[in-house]
Ligand binder design. Structure first.
Ligand code: NAX
Ligand code: ADP
Ligand code: K
Length: 506
């Protein structure tokens, strides 16, 4: 899998470089050939029924018409729904249209509901759409999304923004593909937000554009990639025989105000099962009369936050912390400290509400990771959740820069961003994680990696990937996605982390 993620501007730059070096029409022909080969692979070489091809007015439509012509020439039954535009098609698309017309592909005006197809090829729009799909384009997408057969999108599911993973809106619609074959380079929008539900399995074909042409763009711009173990596995070193609990750091969870003990305990368990040497809960607003023990995890030491010695420990601030004056005071204290810090949940909301805490956080003298979900990110940025979700990569970048910390913007395709603008989009996980407390476990896991000496960037990448991989492991064993509980995650995280450490040795 190509792990670098290119913006539409970068793809257009790569395209310009390649087009000027190649005979006219080469890229579209190659896109058509690559998609034909992939379609036949998906159909195990033998289409059993009609292949329906949707072709739009731009070059994405040209790619689709190439596929239609190729499949028809190979003897497949092909129907084409062609959506002409206002202007004339590009010369390449015009040539592809003529090729498709000259062969045995049958052009149809409308899709008949209930007609069966073995595959739909979606070539309505690629990286071009600037406005929400409407009229006949919308009707075609609605009809395709009602079908039960597999759908192969060319380049990008039509109607999806390739940069952001948002459906082009307002009130837009996008093809929900089973597979996407994407050209010249991988694209962030296929892997985050709505993109996760629309792209299906993503296959990248560089169309034979040589690395040198792409390299010029990489060196200058490529600042996004998929989050996979090679980015952080080197930190998951096997344990030295001659080591002790002090070798693996202390994690202190600042949170667990009365009535919200569970969140802090889940974070603490996340830290414990991810290998922290010792785990504490510094319970906010608790004079010691509240939770004293986690009966299923007595290893966790629970102390009142007031007077707790945070120095020299990794602090996970926020799970179940509440917004009391005491909580705010304790948070200011840990922000002013110099140890590794992970800020989550209520602590993020307190930071969002206080310019003073924001300044303290930006000045924090030590590794810092923030783990907002989209609403928390919106509060921190002073915008609404839809604004955050409309461009998850840029929202995460903006926050990382403003608060001078590594930021994890959670949700499907979590985005991890650094203050210098580098971004990674997570590849693991599933909607089983959409359950109360799973974020608390992630916070504890991130804290444990920091406590074991992982730098902030690698700790954030590793925690997000391991958390998702643990959820995938549980689903593969039948424990979800429906009904997966946050409490099941720590043990699965332990299994994933040990597997990673074992691999890093071999
Ligand atoms: N960029 C490249 O290097 C290559 C591009 N190719 C294909 O070309 C695509 C890009 O082509 P285009 O730039 O022509 O863009 P698209 O084919 O994505 O669509 C642009 C066309 O759609 C119209 N349009 C946009 N939004 C619309 C809406 N809501 N309703 C109706 N019409 C709308 C535009 O006016 C324009 O005519 C890529 O995604 C890819 O599939 C391939 O041929 C291979 C090489
Ligand atoms: N649909 C999803 N796909 C993948 N991961 C998800 C999905 N929904 C939630 N998650 C993950 O689950 C965690 C939820 O965290 P959060 O919203 O803070 O929940 P809580 O506060 O209840 O613990 C995050 O790591 C998030 O990325
Ligand atoms: K498409």
């Amino acid at each position: 899998m190509d792990t670098l993620l290119y913006s539409v501007d970068q793809i257009r730059a790569i395209e310009r470089a390649a087009t000027s070096a190649l005979p006219p029409g080469t890229l579209m022909r190659r896109a058509g050939e690559a998609a034909t080969t992939y379609a036949l692979e998906l159909l195990k070489g033998r289409p059993t029924d009609v292949v329906l091809v949707l072709a739009g007015p731009g070059n994405n439509g040209g790619d689709a018409l190439e596929v239609a012509a190729n499949l028809a020439a190979l003897g497949c039954k092909v129907k084409v729904a062609w959506l002409g535009g206002d202007g004339a098609p590009s010369p390449e698309t015009q040539a592809a249209l003529e090729r498709a017309h000259a062969g045995s592909a049958c052009f149809v005006d409308d899709l008949t509901d209930g007609e069966s197809h073995c595959l739909v090829i979606d070539g309505l729009f690629g990286i071009g759409p600037a406005r929400p799909l409407a009229g006949r384009a919308r009707e075609l997408v609605e009809a395709v999304n009602r079908k039960r057969c597999p759908v192969l999108s060319l380049d990008v599911p039509s109607g999806l923004d390739a940069d952001t993973g948002a459906v082009v809106g307002p009130h837009g619609i996008a093809v929900a593909a089973t597979y996407t074959i994407t050209f010249l380079g991988n694209k962030p929008g296929l892997h985050t937000g709505d993109g996760c539900d629309h792209a299906g399995r993503v296959h990248v074909d560089r169309l034979g554009v040589d690395e040198l042409q792409v390299a010029g763009v990489d060196a200058e711009h490529a600042r996004a990639r998929l989050n996979l173990p090679p980015l952080f596995a080197a930190c998951a070193a096997p344990r030295r025989r001659n080591s002790h609990k002090g070798s693996y750091g202390d994690v202190a969870v600042l949170g667990g105000a009365p009535g919200m003990a569970g969140a802090a305990l889940l974070a603490a368990r996340g830290a414990l099962f991810a290998g922290a040497g010792r785990v504490f809960v510094a319970a906010v607003g608790d004079d010691g009369a509240g939770i004293a023990l986690d009966p299923t995890q007595p290893e966790i030491m629970i102390r009142p936050a007031a007077g707790f010695a945070f120095g020299g420990r990794t602090v996970v601030a926020g799970p179940g912390m509440g917004d009391s004056a005491g909580a705010t005071r304790m948070l200011a204290q840990v922000l002013d400290g110099s140890g590794p810090l992970l800020v989550d949940a209520d602590a993020l909301n307190l930071v969002a509400a206080s310019p003073d805490l924001q300044a303290r956080l930006a000045r924090h003298d030590g590794p810092a990771v923030l783990t907002p979900h989209p609403l928390e990110a919106a509060r921190l940025l002073g915008v609404t959740t839809p604004v955050v979700q409309a461009d998850r990569l840029e929202s995460a970048r903006e926050l990382a820069q403003r608060l001078n910390a590594v930021v994890v913007l959670k949700g499907a395709g979590s985005v991890i961003a650094r203050p210098d603008g580098e971004v990674a989009v997570n590849t693991s996980g599933n909607p089983g994680l959409a359950t109360g407390g799973s974020g608390d476990v992630l916070a504890g896991l991130g804290g444990a990696l920091l406590a074991q000496g992982w730098p902030a960037w690698e700790a954030a990448l590793g925690a997000v990937w391991l958390h998702g991989a643990a959820a995938d492991r549980l689903v593969n064993c039948g424990c979800g996605p429906i009904g997966l509980t946050a409490g099941e995650l720590p043990r699965a995280i332990r299994a994933e982390l040990n597997a990673l450490a074992a691999q890093s040795r071999s």
